[in-house]
Design a protein around this ligand. Structure first.
Ligand code: ADP
Ligand code: MG
Length: 699
């Protein structure tokens, strides 16, 4: 076994390799591009490309790809061999600067929401040198030089998730620096938003997965009666990891480490067969790229172990769903975390200003954050009966809340300083007590020196929510900076800003139980939005307020926003349509035939018993019960078919999505009830698909 330190990053063209392999001047010039965004010359690009190619070929690569993140939320790649023909009929291995920095995939089939006319099929990919190129390997032995790129149209509009994220990082950096400068900071030259996304997922034995058309085509179980045991014993959470899963996790870690993904934490999650992995945080752009690799590797590696990884937000009814806890902060390039309160947060003016910026942003733009976390799977995870409500609020912890409230009323505020936990056992060390206790129910929690946005869907790219977060905080920092720059007495003005923030935006702070009914009522009183569905949530992405905000900070233009809105509505409709079709297929070709077989058997038994003059009461009752459910299921199937057909016929995007949400999705749920009842009556041996007990507990 090689040391982890040798494995880690061994497939990355990272800073160390660049320093070793590039001429000094080229290296310096490239660093300037990476750190300060200086334009790159063709000469530099050529030298870098050549060094990259040599390195990749030494490691077995034959192809390169521009790797990008279209609006499907997944990643895309097209592989080109390094070969280039020579006059004598042989080939040489070549890779030019132009091939490194720009690609032109025929991209006519990626969603563009009308931004790219079909006659202009080309999309352009542009090298994002802030995220290192790396080698992707597969089990077939292919090694591919993978170059992270942004993806745009002929006219420069963003067609991907990365471009707006990069733009939002610039925006928040610029405004944060303004605040830092007035506060006397002369050294920092850039502020980066940092993210550590904790990824939740389920594993299922492939032999069960393969028998479930719903899982295969939609990612979730569209049918399934609850197992006798759910998560009520809470014995899965942080439980000992089973060997089979542990082997998978080890393999996963190694794959990720090779590509420089700092996989750090792994554990069992709350629901049965649910797990989590978390990397060490990095700048948002890299965190977003790496999270895509995490999702890809989870699925790839699971297959090697006879498992399938489910990234869907709510694969099973009745047990917890999966999300991504998006830990977010701001850090200067000279290493200061701007959300670090220190031991005396009450007189840490700079911290209080940055904290205020986040409070203002989240309160003012809660609807946009919600839109950033909207997808069909999350509709089942947020705001549904068994899920936390879709209301955004901030958990601040007692100490900080006290400080803020005191400052809000111009009272003297105190910090509690360092506290120690007394465990009551002499041989155990005293533990420093974290100033912010944990609240696992909050959708947006301050956790010591960062905010944790917990609404992010498990299967989605984290680019969207972070683009929103960066941009809304850029806006409030902009306003704070403008006030401070004009102020005669900066300290006085800073205090006024914090005070006003508490007064005007304090309603967004809630430290209680977000899952309780009372909170839903209380939030209504506070006039906080409770946006239950994706279709409803998406509106906040393209309304006047969104256009004003995102255009002002040059993150997304009106056209880009509108195209995204259309695309996401369309994706929602398509998603529910697939669910409906999978439901119809399974009911018609699996469940109804199974029930018919069983009723025929029962009828035969009843007849036989009758002719033998034996009692058939129980059998007859059962036959009636099953036949009634079958008749009802058949009606509901017809209803689902009719609603689906109607929805398919609607062309306007919003109406279509609404029809899918209100009619088709509902009809599917109704049909499910009958089928799940039948599952609970039919003999286990007659049920045509694996049960919840098998899928959740037989790993
Ligand atoms: P939890 O108890 O919520 O699991 P951890 O301390 O383990 O909290 O951190 C969870 C994630 O937060 C990790 O990915 C970690 O790297 C990340 N994280 C820590 N500090 C920061 C920060 N300053 N900015 C962004 N993410 C951070
Ligand atoms: Mg966490």
């Amino acid at each position: 076994m090689p040391e982890i330190t040798e494995v880690f990053g061994s497939n990355v063209f990272n800073d160390k390799i660049m320093k070793e392999r590039l001429p000094k001047e080229t290296y310096k010039s490239l660093r300037k591009t990476i750190e300060q965004g200086h334009p790159m010359t063709v000469e530099v690009a050529n030298v870098v490309a050549n060094a990259m190619k040599d390195w990749a070929i030494e490691k077995g690569a034959t192809h390169y790809t521009h790797w990008f993140q279209p609006l499907t939320g997944k990643t895309a790649e097209k592989h080109d061999a390094f070969i280039s023909p020579t006059p004598d009929g042989s080939v040489i291995m070549e890779f030019s600067g132009k091939q490194l920095i720009q690609g032109e995939p025929d991209a006519s089939s990626f969603p563009s929401g009308g931004l790219r006319a079909t006659f202009e099929a080309r999309g352009y990919t542009a090298w994002d040198c802030t995220s290192s190129a790396f080698l992707k390997t597969d089990d077939a032995g292919n090694v591919t030089l993978t170059i992270p790129t942004a993806f745009c149209s002929y006219t420069g509009e963003a067609l991907d998730k990365k471009t707006p994220l990069l733009r939002s990082m610039d925006a928040v950096s610029k405004q944060a620096l303004r605040v830092l400068r007035v506060m006397g900071n002369k050294t920092s030259t850039r502020v980066a938003s940092t993210v550590g996304p904790e990824q939740e997922y389920f594993l299922i034995d492939k032999k069960y997965y393969d028998k479930r058309l719903d899982l295969i085509t939609t990612g979730r179980t569209l049918f399934g009666a609850p197992a006798p045991k759910g998560q009520e014993l809470e014995d899965q959470y942080f439980g000992a990891i089973k060997d089979r899963v542990s082997k998978f996790m080890k393999d996963l870690d190694t794959e990720l480490w090779k590509m420089g993904v700092s996989a750090k934490t792994k554990h069992n999650e709350v629901a049965p067969a649910q797990f989590e992995m978390a990397p060490i945080f990095s700048t948002t752009n890299i965190a977003a790229d790496h999270n895509q690799l995490v999702m890809e590797c989870l699925q790839k590696v699971a297959l090697r172990h006879g498992l399938v990884c489910l990234l869907y937000e709510k694969p099973y009814a009745g047990v917890n769903g999966s999300g991504k806890h998006n830990n977010w902060s701001l850090a200067t390039d000279d290493g200061v975390n701007l959300l670090e309160p220190g031991n005396t947060p009450h007189d840490n003016e700079q911290f209080l200003l940055f904290l205020s910026a986040v409070i203002i942003a989240v309160d003012r733009h809660a609807d946009k954050l919600r839109a950033g976390a909207a997808n069909p799977g999350n509709d089942l995870r947020l705001g549904a009966n068994e899920a936390p409500p879709a209301i955004i609020s901030i958990f601040m912890g007692e100490e900080l809340t006290d400080i803020l409230m005191a400052l809000g009323q111009s009272k003297k505020a105190h910090s509690r300083g360092q506290h120690y936990l007394n465990i009551g056992v002499d041989s155990l060390p005293s533990l420093p007590k974290d100033n912010t206790d944990r609240n696992r129910t909050s959708p947006f929690a301050f956790t010591g020196n960062k905010f944790e946005f917990r609404m992010v869907p498990s299967s989605a790219s984290i680019s969207g929510p972070n683009t929103v977060l960066n941009t809304i905080v850029a806006e409030s920092l902009d306003q704070i900076a403008t006030r401070l720059e004009k102020a005669k007495d900066i300290n006085k003005e800073a205090a006024a800003i914090v005070r006003e923030t508490v007064k005007e935006h304090g309603r967004i702070i809630f430290n209680g139980n977000n899952y309780s009914e009372d909170w839903v009522k209380e939030a209504k009183k506070r006039d906080l939005p409770n946006i239950r569905s994706t279709v409803e949530a998406l509106a906040a992405m393209a309304n006047a307020s969104a256009v004003k905000l995102f255009e002002k900070y040059k993150v997304l233009s009106k056209e880009e926003l509108h195209s995204r809105y259309e695309i996401y509505l369309e994706q929602y409709a398509k998603h529910v349509n697939i669910e409906a079709q999978a439901s119809i297929d399974m009911v018609k070709r699996l469940f109804i035939p199974a029930v018919i077989r069983y009723t025929a058997e029962l009828a035969e038994t009843v007849a036989k018993l009758k002719s033998a003059s034996a009692s058939a009461i129980v059998q007859k009752e059962l036959l009636k019960k099953v036949s009634d459910f079958l008749a009802d299921a058949n009606k509901k199937l017809a209803k689902l078919e009719a609603e689906t057909k109607k929805a398919q016929g609607i062309s306007e995007a919003l109406h279509k999505a609404e029809a899918y949400r209100d009619k088709v999705f509902t009809a599917q749920g109704e049909l499910r009830k009958d089928i799940d009842s039948l599952e609970q009556i039919l003999p286990a041996s007659e049920w045509p698909v694996p049960t919840y007990a098998e899928m959740l507990f037989k790993l």
